[in-house]
Design a protein around this ligand. Sequence first.
Ligand SMILES: Nc1ncnc2c1ncn2[C@@H]1O[C@H](COP(=O)(O)OP(=O)(O)O)[C@@H](O)[C@H]1O
Ligand SMILES: [Mg+2]
Length: 307
Amino acid sequence: MTVVSVINYKGGVGKTTIVANIGAELASRGRRVLLIDLDPQASLTFSFYRPRYWEEELADGRTILQWFGSVLEDDAGDDRVRTLHRYVLTPQIVNDVIGRHGTGRLDLIASHLGLIDVDLDFAADLGGSRFQHGSPRYLKLHRALAEALEHEAFDEYDAVLVDCAPNFTMVTRTGIVASEHILVPARPDYLSTLGIDYLRRKLSELVRDYNRVAGSEAASINPTILGVVFNMIQYSSSGPILAQRNYVAQPGTIEVPVFNQTLRENKTLFGTAGSDGIPAVLAPDANPNVQYELQQLTSEFVAKIRI
Ligand SMILES: Nc1ncnc2c1ncn2[C@@H]1O[C@H](COP(=O)(O)OP(=O)(O)O)[C@@H](O)[C@H]1O
Ligand SMILES: [Mg+2]
């Protein structure tokens, strides 16, 4: 099982879109995939469930909020941390489509707006937002998701994709600590690449601090940046518009790998995707160019993470 976090400080760059579509495409190719929604905005969750259903059936007891709550209460041992599998959902509509292709499956752990408060509770538990390394709970809390995913219930998955909020708070950090890889969606412009460099530095800082506290080689983490995926490329009749084309070919000074495959801007497609529970890559009426790009992106992703 490989865990990949999808993260960027910026909102609206395509994190959720990419998680949903790579996940759905992998499942249609026969993989068992788990998506984890760590963003309080819960867009990933609402890509598969209608808000009404979420409110009536999921919100009160079947989201990651309740699991994080039990992690915070858990002083005695790992028992409660290791109950994450109880929150796994199998969204029906998309899995009906996946089932026509083979034996793959797309599961989801849903999010909740209340995750914002969990972040504050986590920070309080660690003694404020700074100088947390001295807290006796530092490792335990940072490792919560990683530890939960070690449960045998998760052995059946080929890949776990974590959709992170556009921040670097504790909930996001649990995603990063649990991950072997980080994927960074971005827009092809100057400001976005500055953001990528900042993110890269914050990641190395977290890894360095964590490993110092962890102490041993065996307990250390080493999540690597799989690559930047440039999204929302604008096309004119002669191809990608020039300014963006240059950016994608030569993304300035960022010191991270870049995926060859980019994704074009396509309002009609992405505007409606999700409302009917099927990501664009599997939607019957989607633009074939967009679907092709999403399929190619998934192939490149598979080659990079080797599943
Ligand atoms: N390539 C694209 N072309 C057009 N719209 C897109 C594209 N990718 C994503 N979107 C739309 O942009 C909005 C933000 O995307 P989303 O994946 O939710 O970003 P994030 O998770 O980074 O906040 C959504 O409405 C989504 O449907
Ligand atoms: Mg999102």
